[in-house]
Design a protein around this ligand. Structure first.
Ligand code: ADP
Ligand code: ADP
Length: 225
C-alpha cells in the first residue's frame, strides 16, 4: 500500500491561508492532475507533500505512515520542478546521480544506477554532456531521471511541461504517461491547462481559493456543471 492521504492539510503564510484544510486520498499508481487558477494553492500543496514547505496544520500520510515532519529525502516522494534546476557544471550522469552521492553511495553504484535511469528516459547517449548542451526536452528527461533515481512511491511534478514548445509538450505528455505506467507509481502533476489534465489524468482534482472544489475521473469533472 502506497496510498497517499492528505488530512485537513493546511498552509498559512502569515495571515494568508494558501491551503485550507484540504482532504484527499490518492490511490497507489494513480496519475492525478491538480488543476486550478494561479494562486489557488497548488504549489503549496505539492511542496508540503514533498517536504519543501512545512505543514501549518493537518498531515500527509503515505502508506499508512505520517510523513508530515520527515526530511524530503526520507518521505518516499520526489519532486520535479518547472525549470528543472539542473546543476550547470555537472554532467548529465552526475546530475542524475546527485542524490545518491548525498546519500553516500560509492561511485560505481552511482554510475550504474544513473545509467539505468538514463536508459528509462532514453538519454544514455548524452550522459557525458552538460545541461547547456541539451535541448529543453532533453533537460526535462534528465530532471525526470534525477527525480526517479531515489525510487519514489510518489512523483510530484510542478508544471513540468510549461517551459516546452507546444510540439514537445505533446510528446512529453506521452512520455510521462509511459513512465508512470511502467513504474506503477503515483504521479501528482500540477498544471493550469485543462487539455493537459484531460490528456494525462486518471483523476483530476480542481482547486480554487485554497480548497478542493471537485475531484474525480476526468470525464466527470469536466462534464459536471
Ligand atoms: P498556485 O501554485 O496555485 O499558483 P501557490 O501555492 O503558489 O498557488 O500560492 C497560494 C497562495 O499563497 C498565493 O496567494 C501566494 O501568493 C501565497 N504564497 C505562496 N508562497 C508563499 C510564500 N512563500 N510566502 C507568502 N505567500 C505565499
Ligand atoms: P508560479 O506562478 O511560477 O507558480 P509562485 O507564484 O508559486 O510561482 O511562486 C514562486 C516562488 O515565490 C515560490 O517559492 C513561492 O513560495 C514564492 N511566493 C509566491 N507568492 C509569494 C508571496 N506572496 N510572498 C512571498 N513569496 C511568494
Amino acid at each position: 500500500n502506497t496510498d497517499l492521504e492528505l488530512i485537513a492539510l493546511t498552509k498559512r503564510y502569515g495571515g494568508t491561508v494558501a491551503v485550507d484544510a484540504i482532504a484527499h486520498h490518492f490511490k497507489t499508481g494513480v496519475y492525478a492532475c491538480l488543476l486550478g487558477p494561479s494562486g489557488c494553492g497548488k504549489s503549496s500543496t505539492l511542496r508540503m507533500i514533498a517536504g519543501h514547505e512545512s505543514v501549518s496544520d493537518g498531515s500527509v500520510v503515505l502508506g499508512g505512515r505520517d510523513i508530515s515532519h520527515l526530511a524530503p529525502a526520507k518521505r518516499g516522494t520526489a519532486m520535479m520542478f518547472q525549470n528543472y534546476a539542473l546543476f550547470p557544471h555537472l554532467s548529465v550522469r552526475d546530475n542524475v546521480a546527485f542524490s545518491l552521492r548525498m546519500a553516500g553511495e560509492d561511485k560505481p553504484t552511482r554510475d550504474k544506477r544513473a545509467m539505468e535511469m538514463l536508459e528509462l528516459v532514453e538519454m544514455t547517449a548524452l550522459a557525458d554532456r552538460i545541461p547547456d548542451q541539451l535541448s529543453g526536452g532533453q533537460q526535462q528527461r534528465v530532471a525526470l531521471a534525477r527525480a526517479l533515481i531515489t525510487r519514489p512511491q510518489v512523483l510530484l511534478l510542478d508544471e513540468p511541461l510549461s517551459a516546452l514548445d507546444p510540439f514537445l509538450r505533446i510528446r512529453m505528455r506521452a512520455e510521462l504517461k509511459r513512465l508512470q505506467r511502467e513504474l506503477g507509481i503515483s504521479f501528482i502533476h500540477v498544471t493550469h491547462g485543462q487539455d493537459e489534465a484531460l490528456a494525462l489524468a486518471d483523476e483530476i482534482i480542481v482547486m480554487n481559493n485554497a480548497k478542493i472544489e471537485q475531484a474525480g475521473p476526468a470525464r466527470e469533472v469536466f462534464n459536471s456543471p
